[in-house]
Design a protein around this ligand. Structure first.
Ligand code: AVJ
Length: 321
């Protein structure tokens, strides 16, 4: 058991919010966007025509399903473990193929939200009842460690949606090294990485005219209001997106349209904003083969294979230890 440090904060959300809003420049962590409303907004984002990531990955999986299923399969069966399963829309392509080919496997989606897992289990029961689903509620690494301890057959670990893109390179290396630590020699990691491309296309994906991405980012402020007794007026902030084609980093900001003060009662603070001061809310990193290769090297993984679409818009890589 690790030592739990006692703090004056009621939750990690409270502590991280305090840190972020008393720093300069100000920031908030994107992982806190995803409450019930945030999950819904992200579903809507995935359905937007501008958010090309979903359809690119969907097409790659569809086009290569037979090949991928074959690579995953093992004579003695295997466990398909998914980190951050969501609604499973893309995973179902692979699951259907594995079922059609009569490969022996269990599907173990890991998610922090029991609600997400219940919905996923229910929809699979309707759509592909042949799949043996064992949902795992918990954080990625605690659950993965537990699975690595008790499960002896081949593991295929799935991380779709370019979720790694919310991490800095340093955090991404730690994330990959953690997964590598739970892998044995026969195991595989199958992971999606959004690729560098026309900068305008990237900006458009994170800057939709309907304002869904804006509402998604502003959900952080909404959560602070409801959970930490804040009084943010979300209309006094605008959503701003940047993309640096040199580093491949897309960044989201909330920009204060005027000088203002926001009180967050549960944190016991009043936060001052200058006119046009920023809160950095999210990064969405874009990659190329050499960056992925470098991350793998740093994490002690080998890149075995990559699947892509005709424009190299997006890639799914297979890694081994
Ligand atoms: C879930 C991290 C892959 O960064 O593309 C979508 C989240 N943010 N639109 C991404 C997101 C704004 C998304 N990931």
């Amino acid at each position: 058991m690790k030592n739990q440090t006692k703090t004056m904060f009621e939750s990690a959300f409270a502590e991280d919010t305090y840190k972020g809003l008393t720093s300069y420049p100000k920031y908030l962590l994107s992982k806190y966007i995803y409450d019930k409303k945030g999950d819904k907004l992200f579903q809507q984002i995935m359905d937007m025509p501008e958010y090309y990531l979903t359809s690119c990955e969907f097409n790659i999986l569809k086009l290569n399903a037979t090949n991928i299923a074959e690579i995953f399969s093992s004579d003695s069966g295997f466990d398909l473990i998914e980190l951050g399963a969501g609604d499973g829309k893309k995973t179902k392509i692979i699951l259907q193929e594995l079922v059609d080919k009569k490969y022996e496997f269990d599907y173990l989606p890991i998610d922090i939200s029991q609600n997400v897992l219940d919905e996923l289990e229910h929809s699979l029961e309707q759509e592909i009842p042949e799949v043996n689903v064992k949902v795992q509620q918990g954080t990625y690494f605690k659950t993965l460690e537990k699975l690595a301890e008790y499960n002896t057959r081949k593991k295929v670990i799935l991380v779709l949606g370019s979720n790694i893109g919310n991490l800095s390179h340093k955090e991404a290396v730690d994330f990959l090294a953690n997964i590598a630590g739970a892998m044995s020699e026969e195991d595989m990691l199958f992971m999606g990485f959004d690729q560098k491309k026309d900068p305008q296309r990237i900006l458009d994906a994170y800057n939709d005219p309907a304002g869904i991405t804006e509402a998604f980012n502003k959900n952080l402020l909404v959560r602070i209001n409801s959970e930490l007794e804040g009084n943010f007026d979300v209309d006094k902030f605008l959503h701003w997106e940047t993309y640096d084609p040199e580093t491949g980093t897309a960044k989201s900001f909330l920009v204060s349209k005027e000088e203002q003060q926001v009180e967050i009662r549960k944190l016991g603070i009043k936060v001052n904003f200058e006119a046009w001061e920023t809160i950095h809310t999210e990064i969405s990193q874009k990659y190329d083969d050499s960056v992925v290769q470098w991350l793998a090297d740093e994490a002690g993984l080998e890149v075995e294979k990559a699947f892509t679409d005709k424009d190299n818009c997006y890639k799914n890589y297979i890694f081994r230890r």
